[in-house]
Design a binder for this molecule. Sequence first.
Ligand code: TYD
Length: 222
Amino acid sequence: MPLVPPPSPEGHGYAGTFIAFEGGDGAGKSTQLRLLADCLVDAGHDVVPTREPGGTPVGAAIREVLLHGEHVDPRAEALLFAADRAHHVATVVRPALERGAVVLCDRYVDSSVAYQGVARDLDASDIRSLSMWATGTLWPDLTVLLDVDPARGHSRRDGEADRMEAEDEVFHEHVRQAFLDLAAAHPGRYMTVDAAGAAESVHKIVRARTVDLLGLHEGGGP
Ligand code: TYD
């Protein structure tokens, strides 16, 4: 898969910490994000849980078009995800990082690379460049990849399938492999967790790595 160069090793330079959660549909990202947010709040951190698409009022409107509307041309789809991200980073993520918060984001640039770049077969490095332009090149400190077999993810889903969930198995297999390739290319920036297990055991693994990243002691304060 064509990948543009990895993020600069210096990081974003803000006082805060930026952690993204990625994975296929039904991987349990939202549950894991909530469990981690609760434990960081208990440890005294300023935590900003957020998501893409839809982490802002503008983004909520874009999300509706993207997931529950009529057919959207793939290039228009890529631009809409990038537009949601640009507004979200400018108005939520960057200000939170500037003030020193821990930002936990349900999906980020890698979702665009995996879904639009690889599974929709738009060029993966174009898609990544588009998001880098949209965000002013803001990379997470850590990306937690929750890896799950798409069939299992599918079985965890409730409610009616949205536009992306309704794609076929091959599409979701490509998404999964793209995430795994991204994580393998930049092991220092990713943790890949087998998300098939119980939520609490997955959480323990995610928490241990985050504690390391934030320089916390298990159960201790910031
Ligand atoms: P999400 O709300 O995380 O759905 P789920 O909880 O079912 O995983 O994400 C919505 C959908 O949007 C999901 O199918 C992935 C897709 N998506 C993209 O295709 N590109 C992107 O850049 C992002 C952020 C999400």
